[in-house]
Design a binder for this molecule. Structure first.
Ligand code: ADP
Length: 385
């Protein structure tokens, strides 16, 4: 492939914005397609096009002059990516990988085929299917497609389908596992097939929104478990056999077993700390893949934590309060995604903190959480509480 001059990115959210922040150091143009004219990338992209990333014609027209096509969200038109690949562009992730990952059912079958441990499951078309799988209870029901950030996931109390307030199927019905820790491992695979694997991070979820509340790196697990988690995540990227950044989410069960929950074929919330805590961040690695450059150094330089700034108190023009109370602490880095409107549960930014040890991280996480909040500037337009 010749010189890469233009990268076409499908989706203009915060992942795209952080990608551009790094890529601006180099002489490459970044075009972005997103339906929202106020998307976080709007002011940073070389060319920002308002349009539907799910519409094949729009996507092909948008990317036809680019050398590379990337995504920052899975909900894009895969057929358009197939067509763009056929036109000779470097398409990352590969459309075949995306097709599997977009469908949680195909993803689970892929793990089974490749003997990658994950929770036992069944694929069902509609809620009546629940009754036939008593062996999977207690269970979790997941929409096969369209879900994100816990939307499209329901914990089932019993196997009576009437107890489920779910949208339409088809679904994955999954055995509920006792989770000791939720881990994530970032694996980067180059076009030549070389791979680097970052240290596992430990994610703590906010039960209100089913979102990551904060994460810490490295995860507080034994070195043996850490190696096993890295090995398992590396196997997932090997099985996909295509270049890209893979964020592999894992459950460490109460029995000490490691299971793959799901994989994102892109930069991910669980890798934001790599911007400040590693020489080469997940966004830098992605750029290297797009450009055909060698992969970067993934070593974690020291303990780090990432705290998501999530909207509270309803909908309105976003205001971030408390930044001045934390920015004087050395090793504190703020990221404010530039979304105009805040909503309860919407990811609006994040804070990364670095420290000498986990005790230092505990303190920094606590201080950040006490002071930093995202609220509607003049009170909520619509009160969602
Ligand atoms: P999403 O794609 O929306 O992130 P996930 O499949 O990751 O959805 O599920 C969201 C959360 O639900 C997980 O982070 C975990 O806390 C919980 N969960 C998912 N699957 C299971 C399971 N089989 N057993 C127990 N908890 C689960």
């Amino acid at each position: 492939m010749g010189t890469v001059r233009t990268i076409a990115l499908l989706g203009g959210g915060q992942l795209g914005r952080m990608f551009i922040e790094n890529a601006l150091r180099y002489n490459v143009s970044i075009d972005v397609l997103d339906p929202d004219p106020h998307a976080p990338c709007a002011r940073l992209a070389d060319r920002f096009v308002v349009g539907d990333i799910r519409d094949a014609e729009t996507v092909v027209r948008f990317a036809r002059d680019a050398d590379v096509v990337g995504i920052e969200i899975e909900h894009v038109n895969v057929e358009a990516m197939v067509e763009l690949k056929r036109m000779g562009k470097r398409v990352v992730p590969d459309p075949d990988v995306l097709r599997i990952i977009k469908d949680k059912g195909l993803q689970k079958e892929f793990y089974r085929l490749h003997k990658i441990p994950s929770a036992p499951f069944a694929l069902i078309e509609d809620l009546r299917g629940i009754e036939q799988h008593g062996d999977l209870f207690p269970a979790v029901l997941k929409s096969r497609s369209g879900g994100y950030d816990g939307k499209g996931v329901w914990v089932l109390d019993g196997n009576d389908p009437r107890s489920v307030n779910a949208v339409n199927g088809p679904y994955v019905l999954e055995k509920r596992v006792g989770i000791a820790k939720e881990l994530a491992v970032l694996v980067v695979r180059s076009t030549e097939g070389t791979q680097v694997t970052y240290d596992p991070v430990e994610m703590v979820f906010d039960p209100r929104y089913n979102l990551v509340d904060h994460l810490r790196a490295p995860a507080r697990i034994t070195s043996d478990l850490s190696e096993r988690a890295k090995g398992l995540a590396a196997r997932v990227a090997e099985a996909f056999r295509a270049p890209g950044v893979y964020a592999v989410e894992l459950f460490l069960t109460e029995e000490g077993e490691l299971l793959v929950n799901e994989t994102a074929p892109r930069a991910h919330n669980s890798g934001h700390h790599t911007i400040e805590a590693c020489s080469s961040s997940q966004f830098d690695q992605l750029l290297r893949i797009y450009m055909g450059w060698p992969l970067g150094d993934h070593t974690l330089r020291g303990p780090a934590a990432m705290i998501n700034l999530v909207g509270e108190g309803g909908t309105g023009i976003a205001s971030l309060v408390g930044l001045d109370d934390i920015l004087h602490v050395s090793g504190t880095f703020a990221h404010w995604y530039g979304k105009r409107e805040t909503r309860t549960g919407r990811k609006m930014g994040h804070i990364t903190v670095t420290a000498q040890d986990h005790h230092g991280l505990d303190q920094a996480i606590a201080v950040t959480k006490v002071h930093c909040k995202v609220v509607p500037e003049k009170g909520p337009i619509v009160n969602e509480q």
